[in-house]
Design a protein around this ligand. Sequence first.
Ligand code: GTP
Ligand code: MG
Length: 272
Amino acid sequence: MDTNVQKRREKKSLRVKVISLGNAEVGKSCIIKRYCEKRFVPKYLATIGIDYGVTKVQVRDREIKVNIFDMAGHPFFYEVRNEFYKDSQGVILVYDVGLRESFDALDSWLTEMKQEMGSQANMESIVFVVCGNKVDLTKRRVVDESEGRLWAESRGFHYFETSAQSGEGISEMFQAFFSSITDMCENGGKRPTPEVNAGFTKEQADTIRRIRNSKDSWDMLGVKPGATREEVNKAYRKLAVLLHPDKCVAPGSEDAFKAVVNARTSLLKNIK
Ligand code: GTP
Ligand code: MG
């Protein structure tokens, strides 16, 4: 067969499987509905087990047939969900920016998935996109963008701020998601690293997280209460080098750097 004809034929037949994951009521079904049906349903209709749908999308010169398995987030449906993890090329991980526990639960969703995939688990061959959803409800927001972005990008996942209600971020998210899945399939199943991940280290990401969660200024600088000026300054210099906004592009580094500067100033005021 003429190789060009063969290539064209091969390009037509990409089929992928994607799943949605995240706590109940965070908006997984609404995100999918907004994309596929261009509408929003304000009433909560919990997914019972799994909802299945198919959609076709165009990525560059390729038509992609996407099988979407929209999972129920409620723990009650664990037995149903666990059948469906296998053979996914893409995962949409969703949390509600107004509910911290839904953000904290992202790790346990990854754990459940790995467990259920068993020896088949190859997370490097799956594209993940994280959605910080319900950004339209600005007053109740408790997880800010940099925190969500840091969690996602430090794992090599995409991050998007979305609202199924207003449509914000939805088509951009799906576009990036399907485009990465296509790249991965064309690259023999190896997940392309999003460019955004190239610019910062695990140490920087972990330090920003630690600073966010610190209980006081001593803790923030990583020194014992009652430390000397020299110890405070030494700890400060180390963090400043690691997090200086000119050098560190990790999400949240600017705020972490400012917090460290303030912590040092307030500690030095009280040390003779
Ligand atoms: P399960 O199927 O139980 O796992 O929940 P789910 O994650 O699929 O949640 P679903 O999409 O059903 O949405 C839950 C509730 O949140 C519904 O009342 C939606 O209308 C509402 N909702 C979803 N996305 C948004 C959003 O972006 N903004 C606002 N304001 N409400 C949203
Ligand atoms: Mg649902």
